[in-house]
Design a protein around this ligand. Structure first.
Ligand code: AMP
Ligand code: MG
Length: 501
């Protein structure tokens, strides 16, 4: 065995050092012949990792969880969570491990985390494993979100374990290495609060402030300020999801990150036809996590964070509850401001200065578009590129064709939109260019993701590679990729996704 000159990762593990009581030291399952399936070279470089070392036998064994790389202190993190509204006091990493933390080349502390690395003390009867399809799905979708500019955990690698995983059928097993600013969740706070150890709760909150929301440290009530910062980060994040039609699918409190990044990609998918009731997850029977419910569910999850933080918010309970409620009331205006600004940008009106109270005419224009979308349910992504194209060619056939049920209603709205651009002095060409910078041509189309994962499961990685390549530049239209910009055939609907278990 060769001895590396420097360790694979320059680990510095603050979570393990500072928060005993919130994890169990653990190791991944042994795999005899792990094999690299996909490696994110650019991300490896950003983490200061030598790509060749990562591809070596030792590197792949580390990514499989079978070998503990130098400096790693692998742990299964403890957390609780409200799943579909019901409380589970002890969830935790049932099939994941935090290997350690590294500081990336931009100076940001990042968790190196394995998913599918074997059973842990939190497995609750589960096998601790993951199949290759769901791990590649998380890889592709999280990287697509990153390329769309949306805060998210990222994917470093997927390694095939060489073993079979028993699901409905036997599937090839795999381990995903994901990178996130941390894996502190609302559920981490719920777990800690339930221990009734106020000192530990305070330590966790101080840790979260230092790592994610340092501005809260200087506030008169730093824990209330932490809560406000998480609320703001989540309001902004959910607005970003809504603006691209992303449906997370399992917005349980254990899947909501304190950092404000998107984490835990399971049965997520991008909406094609606009419909507030869009649900993809096969287990979401009630539609709790439907596209249109995401903002209110986020606020519900944040209320659980507020409850967990109560002992820190004020000395007496009534004052703490009132302070928490007041902070939580800030979610809706923050979300509406972020979503409103985002929607104006999607319509080429991003440069227009709008007062905090909003602009009644522009708000009505945006609301009326959403009503039109809900009524006629065109492909959400296509609408905005067709609108910018209509500004360039001075004919709006492409956009009009998306509203065949009532073209007149669309025409009337489009006339108002052009008028709004003119009123605000936005030249059509400038508006079109600005729109194309924020409205993707390419999103992870469900039928194409599915085809890529099916092929990868039987060993053909070509379509998956193509998928990654297309999604790397979501805003740049390229000849030959027309099929990637189209929704799937109607007979595929309703599309169903399955939890990554
Ligand atoms: P998720 O739906 O992936 O967010 O997972 C919810 C909880 O179930 C977490 O505590 C996971 O660690 C656990 N879990 C999911 N799949 C498995 C599995 N195959 N084996 C053990 N635990 C699992
Ligand atoms: Mg989870």
């Amino acid at each position: 065995m060769s001895v590396a000159a420097k360790p694979l990762f320059a680990f510095d593990n603050t979570f393990v050092r500072e928060l005993p009581g919130l994890y169990e030291p653990w190791q991944g399952a042994e795999h005899e012949a792990p094999a690299l399936v996909v490696l994110n070279g650019a991300l490896a470089k950003q983490l200061g990792v030598d790509v060749e070392e990562l591809q070596s036998w030792e590197g792949v064994a580390a990514l499989a969880g079978s070998a503990v790389p130098e400096g790693a202190e692998p742990v299964a993190q403890a957390y609780a969570g409200h799943q579909f509204g019901g409380y589970s006091p002890r969830l935790g990493d049932g099939r994941a491990l935090l290997l350690g933390e590294v500081i990336d080349t931009r100076g940001v502390r990042q968790d190196v985390h394995l998913k599918g690395s074997g059973a842990t003390p939190f497995s609750r009867g589960g096998d601790g494993k993951a199949a290759i399809g769901p791990m590649l799905r998380e890889f592709a979708i999280s990287e697509a979100m990153h390329n769309l500019g949306i805060p998210t955990a990222r994917a470093l690698a997927v390694v095939a374990t060489g073993e079979s995983v028993a699901r409905e059928t036997l599937l090839p097993g795999a381990v995903l290495t994901r990178i996130a600013e941390s894996h502190l969740r609302v559920g981490t706070f719920e777990y800690t609060a339930a221990l009734r150890d106020e000192a530990l709760l305070r330590k966790l909150a101080d840790y979260a402030i230092a790592r994610h929301h340092p501005a809260a440290a200087d506030a008169p009530n730093r824990y209330l300020a932490l809560f406000e910062h998480v609320i703001a980060a989540q309001a902004d994040l959910i607005a970003r999801w809504m603006l691209v039609g992303f449906v997370h699918g399992v917005m349980n409190t254990d899947n909501m990150a304190i950092s404000g990044q998107t984490i835990d990609y399971g049965p997520c998918a991008f909406m094609d036809r606009y419909d507030l009731e869009t649900v993809f997850s096969s287990i979401d029977h009630g539609g709790r996590y439907a596209y249109g419910n995401q903002p209110s569910i986020a606020q519900w999850d944040l209320a659980r964070l507020g409850e967990a933080l109560l002992p820190l918010l004020a000395d007496a309970q009534p004052a703490a509850v009132e302070a928490g409620m007041e902070a939580l009331r800030g979610f809706v205006p923050r979300y509406q401001a972020a979503f409103g600004a985002g929607l104006r940008a999607k319509l080429g009106l991003g440069g227009v200065v709008v007062e905090a109270a909003g602009d009644p005419a522009l708000d009505a224009l945006a609301d009326d578009l959403l009503s039109l979308l809900q009524l006629q349910q065109p492909d959400f992504t296509s609408v905005f590129r067709a609108l910018s194209a209509s500004l360039r060619s001075d004919e709006s056939q492409g956009a009009r064709a998306l509203f065949p049920d009532d073209v007149a209603a669309f025409d009337a709205w489009a006339a108002r939109w052009r008028e709004a651009l003119a009123t605000h002095g936005v030249e059509p060409a400038a508006a079109a260019a600005a729109m194309d910078r924020v409205n993707p041509v390419y999103i992870p189309r469900n039928h194409l993701v599915e085809a890529a994962l099916t092929a990868a499961t039987v060993g053909d990685l070509q379509p998956f590679g193509e998928l990654l390549e297309v999604l790397e530049q979501p805003f740049t239209e390229r000849p030959g990729l027309e099929a990637w910009a189209q929704p799937g055939p109607a007979e595929d609907r309703p599309y169903r996704t399955f939890c990554g278990t």
